[in-house]
Ligand binder design. Structure first.
Ligand SMILES: Cc1ncc(COP(=O)(O)O)c(C=O)c1O
Ligand SMILES: N[C@@H](CCCC[NH3+])C(=O)O
Length: 438
């Protein structure tokens, strides 16, 4: 397993993260346990800040909070000088409760409700990213009622197929998101937005997918979007000042993954921007990027205790952990691959190939197929790597499993940032109707 951030093997021969011994963490907080490395998150934020904000003119980096949204995470992001992307009332509420300054919040979503839009306007979010015609009309009406001018971006579907799992591609024409560029829908949307009394169109937004390694996809995206902004200028004389190119920068999960460097990502965006602006004689807009996975993904590990072991001779050996698709649905959803080690004896030579199963009543509840580990026994501690993004945020209570705690570790200190759910938490919204009461 590749070690990320502050992860090392310590003198006790255990995996350590944020200066904390994982065996001790498991004893203190129980398993499954999400562990998040604060120093690593801050380091990546600083990298984004340095290459995109300091290293380029007029740019903003906003963290896509869908990857991992908690009060503590919002605080870290704000302290590091980044903005925030939210896609629901719940993510917005989390940000506001963390006192995140609303003007640095961008509100996305393909089906925002009236209540969510009203919450966004009232809380003064910086930008609302309009996804479709229905939303545009509701938003304008609401803004009128509230006597507000709302600054918006329009989400455009640029028609790019990024090379990633098809469930996490978003820029292709056949997508539920945004206004299609190629068939004139985007033009109609723009004209309508411009004519809407209470909307102020500041720019455009596009997002082409997630876990992207090929920087050429971003180059292509910038090229298409700048050309389109120039077309709009030519057609309407309206000069858009902002271009949000979304997130999607890929990370290392397992062998074969070859993420690019953030520095090169910035270079590619800058070059495409310069190129596009020059060839269309268009003034350079403000650039916004919204990375999620790449800020928090490799900062997280999940600790599990090994339980039952089933060997089918000549077929496969299953080792089951005390979590599974409930805390990490990505393998069953996207065939996502992960690396893992035995955190209590990470240096021991591997001696067998096993498959790591979850504990849900579901054959597809597998975390890792065919991984080489030392001989595994019940009670071993398994650390799965790169679980910081889209794990806790996509977790569920299937089979009524309580969600694990999330621990933030730094310099030998471990703080609970999300407490472990209890059985009574699971029942907090259950109601017995009168006729079933005893
Ligand atoms: C609109 C938008 N912005 C940003 C992101 C963040 O993407 P990632 O976590 O891949 O950086 C996503 C998710 O794919 C998204 O849909
Ligand atoms: N949740 C997905 C990515 C989609 C991100 C949001 N558009 C993943 O885990 O890879």
């Amino acid at each position: 397993m590749r070690l990320h951030g502050t992860q090392v093997v310590n003198r006790q021969g255990h995996l350590e993260i944020g200066g904390c011994d994982t065996v001790e963490l498991a004893k203190q907080f129980g398993t499954p346990l999400y562990v998040v490395d604060e120093v690593h998150i801050r380091k990546i934020c600083k990298e984004y800040h340095s290459y995109f904000v300091k290293g380029m003119d007029n740019t903003e980096v906003i963290y896509a909070s869908k990857a991992f949204s908690t009060l503590a995470m919002c605080r870290i992001i704000e302290e590091e000088g980044l903005g925030l992307d939210v896609v629901s009332g719940g993510e917005l509420y989390t940000a506001l409760q963390a006192d995140f300054s609303p003007e640095h919040i961008y509100f996305h979503g393909n089906n925002k409700s009236r209540e969510e839009l009203s919450m966004a306007i009232k809380s003064g979010v910086g930008r609302i990213v309009i996804d479709n015609f229905g939303e545009m009309s509701v938003l304008n009406d609401l803004a009128k009622e509230l006597n507000q001018q709302v600054r918006v971006l329009l989400r455009i579907t640029p028609g790019i197929e990024a090379h990633t799992h098809e469930y996490i591609q978003t820029g292709q024409i056949d997508s539920k998101f945004g206004f299609t560029l190629s068939d004139g829908t985007a033009d109609r949307a723009f004209d309508l937005a411009l004519a809407s009394s209470n909307l102020e169109v500041k720019g455009l937004h596009a997002h082409i997918g997630s876990q992207i390694f090929e920087l050429a996809s971003f180059k292509n995206e910038v090229k298409i979007m700048i050309k389109y902004m120039a077309d709009i200028y030519g057609r309407t004389n309206c000069l858009l000042e902002e271009l949000n190119i979304g997130g999607g920068f890929g990370i290392y999960y397992a062998s074969g993954d070859e993420p690019a460097k953030i520095a090169d990502y910035a270079k590619v965006v800058e070059a495409a921007l310069e190129d596009g602006c020059k060839s269309h004689n268009f003034p350079r807009p403000k650039i916004i990027i919204e990375p999620g996975r790449s800020i928090v993904g490799t900062a997280g590990i999940t600790l599990y205790t090994i339980g039952s072991i089933k060997e089918i001779p000549g077929v496969r050996k299953y080792v089951a952990v005390d979590g599974g698709m409930t805390d990490n649905p990505r393998p069953s959803l996207y065939q996502a691959r992960y690396e893992a080690i035995l955190a209590n004896r990470p240096q021991e030579a591997v001696s067998e190939s096993v498959s790591v199963a979850g504990k849900c009543c579901e054959s597809g509840d597998m975390l890792i197929w065919d991984i080489d580990l030392p001989k595994v026994t019940a009670g071993d501690l398994l650390a799965v790597s790169a679980t910081g993004a889209y794990n806790y945020s996509m977790s569920s209570n299937y089979n009524r499993l309580p969600r694990p705690a999330v621990i933030l570790v730094k310099d030998g200190q471990a703080d609970i940032i999300v407490r472990q759910e209890t059985y009574s938490d699971l029942l907090r919204n259950d109601v017995l109707p009168d006729h079933l009461k005893r």
